[in-house]
Design a protein around this ligand. Structure first.
Ligand code: ZN
Length: 477
């Protein structure tokens, strides 16, 4: 029979702060020696007291405002109690019933169209230590604890069970990451564990039936894994239910290699954590003026920006989403538009999402936005050819260039003069009898070859479209 999936997503994200959540320790960096970023507070030593990180709280309030959530007048910290070696205090400071933000939503566009996912809550908590299981010096198995990550500020953001398939879950996680990066709340690099996605999945026979028993899936280390793990888990549960079996409430891990989920442990219910208000921290009043200043400081959000690019600049939905998906690309696009008034937005968008994003993904530095705008403007006015412009772009990302000066001093102006191009074409045709024979035999690609040769002869300065036209005319004569 057919089943409807009910999916809710919980995401933990490391906030972009200089220090940990409740102590002045620096955020550990890749390559730090174990247990070097610690102090009595994040080691959970008796008598050490927590001091909340203002920047972390501001970032969560900014996230709340960006997703249209409400923040309470007073928020509170709670202890989530459990015993495990990664938690030296025996509890984690978190937030239970007064989270920093509640009832928001995030726009999500999938292959089925535009929609949104409701956010139930967003709150702050502290990260735990890391366990490493390895062989000790004498060859026996040992479990080592690195407290560097203990106490790092985490945002936990939980959706309503609105999601029905893996694609929507993936798009939601991608959009949340983009939002967090745009407002500077987090870097959210999934591959570095800065963003951890967990999905709660259950099936029911119809949309008015009560929720089925849910399974939590963890260890999805990429957006692609999120989509595939959910699809796998939906199929697995359907198979169990179709065979007359029952679903066990449990936590399962996603195995990237075999592309399957496996049982990790029986699921704890929240009452097992025996939450109670944190006695070492007073409740936190959120001053409306403080919140208003945070809201006023928000940049343009991805959804707003995409809509503006389509309605004001005439870009396609696709072009707008490619630009907005990479904050660096959107920043270059905006800066170039500011530097060169009236620049063709569509052409600029093509240059940013084509040439720029290609080199940016290879790790290149950003070009100077004023010179980049001048380059695209020279292409728009047909002053230089596309070939010349690409060569200049490749040069300007490693060497500072003044585009106007370089075009003048190197004589790079595009040759659009028919007479000059005709003489180049005559030479090219004389030098390539095989291509002429091919063309006469009906091989259309001979024209592209001849255009290429003519471009080469013009040192990349020929107007490619005009060359094509003139070569076809010459061949027809
Ligand atoms: Zn510390």
């Amino acid at each position: 029979m057919s089943w409807e999936a009910v999916i809710g997503i919980e995401i933990h994200v490391q906030l972009r702060t200089a220090t940990k959540m409740f102590c002045p320790c620096a955020i550990p960096a890749e390559g730090d020696a174990p247990n070097t970023r610690t102090c009595p507070t994040c080691l959970g030593l008796p008598g050490a007291l927590p001091v909340p990180n203002r920047a972390a709280i501001e970032k969560v309030l900014a996230v709340g405002a960006a997703i249209g959530a409400k923040s309470p007048a007073t928020t509170r910290w709670d202890r989530k109690n459990y015993f495990y070696p990664d938690l030296p205090k025996g509890y984690q400071i978190s937030q239970l019933d007064l989270p920093l933000a509640e009832h928001g939503s995030i726009p999500v566009t999938t292959s089925a169209g535009a929609g949104s996912v409701r956010i139930r809550r967003a709150h702050l908590e502290e990260d735990t230590a890391r366990l490493r299981h390895e062989k000790g010096a004498d060859g026996t198995r040992a479990s080592l604890i690195d407290y560097n990550r203990s106490g790092v500020a985490l945002l936990e953001i939980v959706t309503e069970p609105d999601i029905r398939d893996g694609e929507t879950a993936r798009r939601y996680a991608e959009e949340l990451r983009l939002l967090l990066r745009t407002i500077g709340a987090a870097d959210a690099e999934m591959e570095n564990g800065q963003m951890r996605v967990e999905a709660n999945i259950s099936l029911r026979p119809s949309s008015d039936a009560p929720f089925g028993l849910r399974v939590e899936v963890k260890n999805m280390n990429s957006f692609r894994s999120v989509e595939r793990a959910i699809a796998y888990e939906m199929a697995r549960q359907a198979e169990v239910l179709d065979a007359g079996g029952t679903i066990t409430q449990e936590t399962r891990g996603w195995d990237e290699g075999s592309e399957t989920t496996y049982t990790m442990r029986a699921k704890e219910d929240s009452h097992d954590y025996r939450y109670f208000p944190e006695p070492d921290l007073p409740p936190l009043d959120i001053d409306p003026a403080w919140l208003a200043a945070i809201v006023a400081g928000l940049p343009e959000l991805p959804g707003t920006r995409r809509a503006r690019y389509v309605s004001e600049l005439g870009l396609t939905e696709y072009d707008a989403s490619v630009l907005v998906a990479e904050p660096r690309a959107a920043a270059l696009f905006e800066a170039a538009r500011a530097a060169q008034q009236g620049l063709d937005a569509k052409l600029l968008a093509n240059w940013v999402s084509g040439e720029y994003l290609r080199v940016a993904k290879e790790g290149a530095a950003d070009p100077d936005s004023v010179q980049f705008a001048a380059l695209v403007a020279a292409v728009a006015s047909k002053e230089i050819s596309g070939t010349t412009a690409k060569a200049l772009f490749a040069e300007m990302i490693t060497t500072p260039l003044n585009i106007r000066e370089v075009i003048a001093s190197r004589g790079l102006g595009q040759i659009s003069d028919t007479g000059a191009l005709e003489s180049i074409i005559a030479d090219v045709i004389a030098a390539n009898p095989q291509a002429i024979a091919d063309w006469k035999a009906g091989k259309q690609q001979a024209v592209s070859f001849l255009v290429g040769q003519a471009m080469k002869a013009s040192k990349g300065r020929g107007d490619a479209a005009l060359l094509g036209e003139l070569i076809r005319a010459a061949l027809d004569r």
